[in-house]
Design a protein around this ligand. Structure first.
Ligand code: FES
Ligand code: FES
Length: 166
């Protein structure tokens, strides 16, 4: 058995050493909020935090994560789903299908920890995640709202097609 520290708790698993962390989280620990997209570190759907840094868990062998390192998944980002990003996401209807969004939020949360008031350009540089629904404008607006930065000029297009300034 091996040990991981996930969302504040010690968790045991018996995965092979080269099993990606993503599959330990999803299949052994039941934390299915972290998604599989590409499996080759390109899309960011599998992003979790390890000691506060965003990591693409699909290419991280579970044995490379030390028991004392703190792994945080979307389930552990906030106690009640009330992280400022999660609130902004709900207020702005950021997700479309939602598949990429836990990875988006985890990447954004790491950014805000480093840069509490990022510019739009800094957001664009930090968020390399892929969204096949094209929610990039709303993701950017959500991060700015969570950071308390006025997002003047950013157009948020909702599913119904109407636009509103974020
Ligand atoms: S599933 Fe890990 S980056 Fe795409
Ligand atoms: S919301 Fe559908 S892939 Fe991003």
């Amino acid at each position: 058995m091996a040990t991981l520290h996930v969302n504040g708790k010690r968790r045991e698993h018996d995965a092979e050493a080269d099993t990606p962390l993503l599959w330990v989280l999803r299949e052994q620990l039941g934390l299915t909020g972290t998604k599989y997209g590409c499996g080759v570190a390109q899309c960011g759907a599998c992003t979790v935090h390890i000691d506060g840094a965003p990591v693409r868990s699909c290419v991280m062998p579970c044995a490379a994560v030390q028991p004392e390192q703190k792994v945080v998944t979307i389930e552990g980002l906030s106690a009640k789903g009330d992280h400022p990003l999660q609130k902004a996401w709900a207020q702005l209807d950021v997700p479309q299908c939602g598949y990429c969004q836990s990875g988006m939020i985890m990447t954004a949360a790491a950014l805000l920890k480093d840069k509490p008031r990022p510019t739009a350009a800094e957001i664009d540089e930090a968020i390399g995640n892929i969204c096949r629904c094209g929610t990039y404008n709303r993701v950017r607006a959500g991060i700015l709202q969570a950071a308390g930065v006025p997002a003047t000029g950013i157009q948020v297009t909702h599913l119904a097609g109407e636009g509103s300034a974020a």
